[in-house]
Design a protein around this ligand. Structure first.
Ligand SMILES: CC(C)(COP(=O)(O)OP(=O)(O)OC[C@H]1O[C@@H](n2cnc3c(N)ncnc32)[C@H](O)[C@@H]1OP(=O)(O)O)[C@@H](O)C(=O)NCCC(=O)NCCS
Length: 138
């Protein structure tokens, strides 16, 4: 198993993984193109886990600067293919994303959790659940 940077050739396989994470995909016909664009973006790093030549997992870190802290980042769309779960792949992806955060002097990493297994994973990596109210506008 290998963790490596996302490449444009991974777009179709990564798109299939995202369908396992959410059914709520805006303009699904643009999904693969949006994944390809992440390869060239300068404020993020997206990783894949490759196992036996297949894309088994996917996830990314996106950063920006705020006045009080400097660089902060979000982890988004962490997914492991159902066929490959409980083998430590998500943990390895997260550890690598956190290493990238350290290398880039990012002061805080945030994420939202789907609960259950994902929350156990994040807690095992030292993430703390905050009670702050979370708002979203679509
Ligand atoms: C959450 C998810 C990414 C975990 O991927 P995974 O590769 O199976 O996770 P790992 O094997 O690396 O497990 C790491 C830790 O997560 C927790 N965990 C993972 N799956 C679990 C499960 N089914 N039940 C309980 N804990 C679980 C455990 O703490 C585990 O450590 P352990 O194996 O030493 O007990 C995967 O289940 C998934 O893709 N789910 C659907 C998408 C999703 O919800 N993504 C999270 C977005 S916030």
């Amino acid at each position: 198993m290998m963790i490596r940077n996302l490449e444009k050739k991974d777009a179709a396989a990564a798109a299939l993984l995202i369908v396992q994470l959410t059914k709520n995909i805006v303009e699904p016909e643009k999904l693969a193109g949006r994944i390809e664009a992440l390869v060239d973006a300068s404020n993020c790093q997206w990783l894949v886990a490759e196992l036996g030549g297949q894309v088994a997992g996917f996830g990314g870190l996106t950063w920006y600067a705020i006045p009080s802290k400097g660089l902060i980042a979000w982890v988004d769309e962490l997914i492991v293919d159902e066929k490959f779960r409980r083998q430590g792949i998500a943990k390895l992806l997260m550890q690598e994303l956190l290493a990238i955060a350290r290398q880039n002097n990012i002061r805080q990493v945030k994420l939202t959790s789907t609960g259950g297994p994902a929350s156990s994973l994040y807690e095992s990596l030292g993430f703390i659940k905050k009670d702050q109210e979370y708002f979203i506008k679509k």
